[in-house]
Design a protein around this ligand. Structure first.
Ligand code: IMP
Ligand code: MG
Length: 174
């Protein structure tokens, strides 16, 4: 059995996402931003973040799997769904739920760079720095979290709990 406790409340999370939206709006003043949400986990974060960006926003989606067992990834990344619109010449921000080992995003950012965006940045709701294996530059980071398995606001445990409006920690996992 396991239990779930609150790590970041809905109020704190949304307040921070608003700040991130305001920062992006300042950084891209006079331009447009193209957000690429990494499914499924990034969906809640991207919809919330996009509400607080005041420059013109377009959105797209990608889905990747990173093979691994249980709760950790392995470095082998497969594109399940590619983005629909071309990236060339656009100000792209990849929007991801959490950077853990860094395998997924280091691979993905290298791949997207080859598609010639005008700029390419990364917004991550959460960062788990203690687990990093591949270096990844996070341009917009919501919160650092400890090396624990977290859920909610898009993040799942066995596909469940994505709909929690806060970030919780799963305790008692074996
Ligand atoms: P990375 O490739 O190890 O950086 O992490 C890739 C993916 O693993 C993230 O996008 C999440 O989908 C998932 N992940 C990593 N840590 C957690 C966690 O604590 N809870 C839920 N999913 C996680
Ligand atoms: Mg993910």
């Amino acid at each position: 059995m396991y239990t779930i406790s609150t790590l970041i409340s809905e109020e704190k999370l949304v307040a921070r996402i608003k700040e991130m939206g305001a920062q992006i709006s300042r950084d891209y003043e006079g331009k447009s931003v193209h957000l690429i949400c990494i499914l499924k986990g990034g969906a809640y974060f991207m919809t919330e973040l996009s509400k607080y960006i005041t420059v013109p926003v377009t959105i797209d989606f990608m889905q990747v799997t990173s093979y691994g067992s249980g709760t950790t990834s392995s470095g082998i990344v497969k594109i399940v769904k590619d983005h629909d619109e071309p990236l060339e010449g656009r100000e792209v921000i990849v929007v991801e739920d959490i950077i853990d080992t860094g395998y997924t995003l280091s691979y993905l950012l290298e791949m997207l760079k080859d598609r010639k965006p005008a700029s390419l940045k990364l917004a991550a709701m959460l960062n788990k720095p203690d687990r990093r294996i591949r270096e990844v530059k996070i341009d917009y980071c919501g919160f650092d979290v400890p090396d624990k398995f977290v859920i909610g606001y898009g993040l799942d445990y066995d596909q469940k709990y994505r709909n929690l409006p806060y970030i919780g920690v799963v305790e008692g996992l074996d």
